[in-house]
Design a protein around this ligand. Structure first.
Ligand code: 13P
Ligand code: SF4
Length: 317
């Protein structure tokens, strides 16, 4: 529980205390691009899922505070079993990871014994344990391209990313029927209307979005790939079709450009935000550091089975 006096601290005091505790405990604060602005501000490292996994694998910090969702903390723990890995809010899950029940997935895999199993990093350790190679949206194409052309492949759990990879590689991977509730809520009609108002704007789309949105994109890519595209491209305006936390880093990297958060189907709600990612607050980061709460633990045998496909990914990309 976040202590009561934490609520009385100002944002600046909280930030100071977090930075002091971080030094004292030799902790590394990592944040995904979808985190609240103030968390990105105090993080030692901000990245997409791939960069977070890579950084976790190489850090010599004694403790990792993973400001993201549960599977990101779990991946870091699997990569660094001897380090303490904590997350600010234990309830910060992921609808995409939840769309893949490990037992059902195991049955699906068993039913296709001649297939190589490729899973998105947005999965539980139990799903990774049934996987041959893990991918992120940042390296999925490269990993799939590294497999022989005639290899039969199961891809899960994100059917939209799977469809995208099938379309760019010409493969016919067998797709698990899972999706992210945030990326599936974007409205094609409202984005096209926005484009009419901003005809010069480029459309940047995360591959977790549905196929029709991928088809109108100037760039489809992971959060890091969209950021890189925007920073090298010569347009002035961008319609950003992914979780709106990414706008913080985009505006920081390219202050002269205009980034517009793409609208979701429900005009009444801020549906382009991931409620799981936004569960993390500065107060909870402070609490996790101070009291070492919400420590991620993974059973040693499960961790060993989940590590193999993660390491295979890291060696391939
Ligand atoms: P990337 O940062 O790898 O693009 O992933 C997006 C995402 O949905 C993370 O939860
Ligand atoms: Fe999961 Fe979607 Fe949130 Fe990413 S944005 S953490 S995929 S629910």
């Amino acid at each position: 529980m976040v202590e009561e006096n934490v609520n009385k601290m100002s944002v600046e005091e909280l930030k100071r205390e977090i930075l002091r505790l971080k030094e004292e405990k030799n902790a590394l604060i990592m944040a995904h691009y979808y985190q609240r602005d103030e968390i990105q501000e105090i993080a030692d490292f901000i990245g997409d899922s791939l960069a977070l996994a890579r950084k976790a694998a190489e850090t010599d910090a004694e403790m990792i505070v993973m400001c993201g969702v549960h599977f990101m903390g779990e991946t870091a723990k699997i990569l660094c079993p001897d380090k303490k890995v904590v997350i600010p809010d234990a309830k910060a899950g992921c609808s995409l990871a939840d769309s893949c029940d490990p037992e059902e997935f195991a049955r699906f895999v068993e039913a296709h014994p001649d297939h190589t199993v490729v899973s998105y990093v947005n999965t539980s350790a139990a799903v990774k344990a049934h996987t041959d190679i893990v991918v992120t949206s940042g390296n999925a194409r490269k990993v799939i391209d590294s497999l022989p052309e005639d290899e039969k492949i199961i891809f899960g759990p994100d059917k939209n990313l799977g469809e995208y990879i099938n379309s760019v590689t010409g493969r016919k991977m067998l797709l698990w029927d899972g999706a992210c509730h945030v990326h599936e809520r974007f409205s094609l009609d409202r984005i096209l209307a926005m484009k009419k108002e901003h005809p010069g704007a480029r459309i940047l789309v995360h591959p977790e979005c549905k196929r029709p949105l991928q088809l109108i994109a100037d760039k489809v890519g992971s959060t890091a790939a969209l950021l890189e595209f925007a920073s090298k491209d010569d347009a002035r305006e961008y319609i950003v079709v992914t979780e709106s936390g990414i706008l913080f880093e985009m505006r920081k990297k390219c202050p002269e450009k205009v980034f517009l958060a793409a609208p979701a189907e429900d005009a009444e709600c801020q549906c382009n935000m991931c409620d799981y990612m936004k569960m993390n607050t500065l107060e909870k980061v402070y609490d996790a550091l101070l009291n070492e709460t919400n420590e991620i633990r993974v059973d040693a045998d499960l961790a060993a089975r989940a590590l193999r496909p993660i390491e295979r990914m890291l060696s391939l990309s």
